[in-house]
Design a protein around this ligand. Structure first.
Ligand code: SAH
Ligand code: MG
Length: 210
């Protein structure tokens, strides 16, 4: 599928494959008629662009949760550190400036609501049912489990939960995302729709009564 975007996506730093981006777009277009979309882990906004452009078609909203301080792997000296995104004055990673620039370039500032906050704090007073949740935040077991427990409950019946970075083979990547994916399936609240590359897609279903 070729999606027409008002921005050159190759100039947006991020961690999302083309097929995964297309799937996010497709499910966001489908579910944003049901309620807002929420993502955990926006970084510079690559995934947010796809969610935002799709949601905009339905005059919907995307809540983009990220403290913009980077995950473990982005910190100084770590594998995915990007020196351009490091604010040496305060010795902190900072992706928010880049994120804002990209939202503006993609013309979705009227659709995307940035929540510059940790996922845990953003979730504290959250009560709004969501059409779709995309989890792509911290990859420690604690962070991933917190994200799952904080947000999955807000997905409406019929809505979609997407989890990024599923690696069935532990040699290929961390096991936290796939662990929460399996938790979601085991809960009986979600059914697998499909897995696109490393993106798992689940649909919230009515819990069968015992
Ligand atoms: N979806 C992005 C990539 C996200 S990278 C893309 O398409 O390119 C993971 C992001 O999660 C980082 O920006 C990091 O700051 C954020 N993050 C990690 N732990 C977090 C937490 N506990 N709360 C909020 N954001 C978090
Ligand atoms: Mg990811």
């Amino acid at each position: 599928m070729s999606i027409s975007l008002p921005i050159d996506i190759n100039n947006v730093k991020g961690f999302l494959a083309e097929d995964e981006a297309a799937a996010l777009y497709q499910y966001a277009e489908e579910t944003s008629v049901m309620g807002p979309i929420l993502e955990v882990g926006s970084y510079c906004g690559k995934s947010t662009v796809y969610l935002g452009i799709a949601a905009k078609k339905n005059n919907a909203v995307v809540f983009a949760v990220d403290h913009h301080r980077g995950s473990e792997e982005h910190q100084l000296g770590e594998e995915y550190h990007d020196a351009d995104l490091y604010d040496a004055d305060v010795a902190l990673y900072d992706t928010f400036k880049e994120f804002r620039k990209n939202m503006r370039a993609a013309d979705i500032e009227d659709t995307v609501v940035p929540l510059v906050s940790s996922s845990e704090v953003a979730a504290k007073q959250w009560h709004t049912p969501l059409g779709m949740v995309f989890i792509d935040g911290g990859h420690s077991f604690e962070a991933a489990e917190m994200d799952y427990r904080s947000w999955a409950v807000h997905v409406k019946i019929g809505g979609i939960l997407c989890i990024h970075d599923l690696f069935p083979n532990p040699d290929e990547g961390g096991q936290a995302p796939i662990t929460i994916y399996r938790m979601a399936l085991a809960s009986g609240l979600f059914e697998e729709v499909e897995v696109v590359n490393t993106l798992g897609i689940l649909r919230r279903v009515q819990k069968p009564s015992k």
